[in-house]
Ligand binder design. Sequence first.
Ligand code: GLU
Length: 283
Amino acid sequence: MPSDVVTRFAPSPTGFLHLGHAYSALFSENLAKMSDGIFLVRFEDIDRDRCSPDFERAIIDDLSWLNLKWHGQIRRQSDHMVDYTNAVNKLKRLKLLYPCTLSRKELSEALSAPHPDTLLPQNHNTLVDTDKHISNQETQRRLRSGAPYALRLRMKSAIKMTGRMTWHDTEAGIQTAEPEIFGDIVIARKDIPTSYHLSVTVDDAIQGITTVTRGDDLFGATHVQRLLQELLELPTPNYCHHKIITDDTGKRLAKRNKANTLKSLRESGINREDILKSLDLNF
Ligand code: GLU
């Protein structure tokens, strides 16, 4: 009988996987295996323009080549947009969302002129109350004329509603969530009626993920996802942010560098054992 532990590997099929993804997937599967739990794979493909079935196929080939065994069907986010719309509607009912029609250029101008009323610490790339950077009349005019708009979370109101939140990270211990450092995050994009943070949070809950394993580069994302869990009344999983695999010069591996892809490694005749060795894994 499997234990309650459920982990997942959630790649975006926007390119070929590299050694960093192999590490992440093996790490996640191993964590589930160690406690006789369940390992799932999810395709994070909300950005249809950047995703392709070829990349999905290559990911499946790579994972099979690594001898990874996932449970059941792969969940494809694009098949579940209604789940994200339900979550957006819940946040709307809480009166936490507002439309933002600002263009990239207007947003970057707004960033260089932070609003004096802000109660939140702002760093160089966060914004709060973006609607204060444009007149209400102009926003209404744009909306009436069918201009695209994103839905942003009113961060100040959201954190007032939730109070202090924590999460447990296996490596770093108990963490206090500080979503305010991200400002009024986008919940639904102009081009897609959801966002990375919203879809991940909803899916982790729907799939019953008990331990989110992912690279350290996504540590910050947990502050935001923890807030969304609280607002949407979803359970909080444990987190395990693992090290990032870098190249010989210490730089993060990138999907666009063809030489690093698992596809080119497997086509060059390297085998799974070589990969495990190069990643310093001895599963
Ligand atoms: N889809 C994300 C990526 O490929 C990972 C999301 C997550 O693990 O939360 O980077």
